[in-house]
Design a protein around this ligand. Structure first.
Ligand code: HEM
Length: 123
């Protein structure tokens, strides 16, 4: 497993389905950031699962379906503040914390998000 990707080490697709299910349940009920999510929950969950698969070193599923990720550009239609990024990260931290994996692996996984989340801030 030494050369295994983070995607493989956390448990691949099964883990990402658990993660995105829990994450968007938290996001859609969050007092600050639920306002941003007006579209179908299952659809965004699926997009995030495809994206995180490739973000964590797995197959390029998101790009195959949706083209170049251009994540910052795709977030531009939404007004995202620093507080929103913090809230997003809190939801992600909770969801990661509930995965059935070791603490050190949870930390390694969560560490992948703060930089990207603050990169999405556009307001
Ligand atoms: C900084 C806090 C963030 C906020 C408030 C936010 C908010 C949003 C919103 C409102 C959408 C559109 C949802 C919809 O179509 O219903 C979206 C889409 C998406 N977000 Fe974020 N996001 C954040 C950070 C991130 C981060 C860090 C990632 C990746 C690690 C990410 C990945 C995605 C993906 C993959 C989509 C779907 C893009 C598409 O194909 O349309 N977001 N986000």
């Amino acid at each position: 497993m030494e050369n295994a990707t983070l995607y493989e080490r956390i448990g691949g697709d099964e883990a990402l389905r658990l993660l995105t299910d829990r994450f968007y349940d938290l996001v859609f009920q969050h007092e600050l950031i639920s306002r941003l999510f007006k579209n179908d929950k299952e659809e965004i969950k699926e997009k995030q699962r495809l994206f995180l698969t490739q973000f964590l070193g797995g197959p390029q599923l998101y790009s195959d379906v949706h083209g170049h990720p251009m994540m910052r550009a795709r977030h531009m239609p939404h007004t995202i503040t620093e507080d929103d990024a913090v809230a997003w990260l809190q939801c992600m931290s909770t969801a990661v914390g509930e995965l059935p994996i070791d603490k050190s692996l949870k930390d390694e996984l969560f560490d992948r998000f703060p930089r990207t989340a603050f990169f999405m801030v556009n307001s």
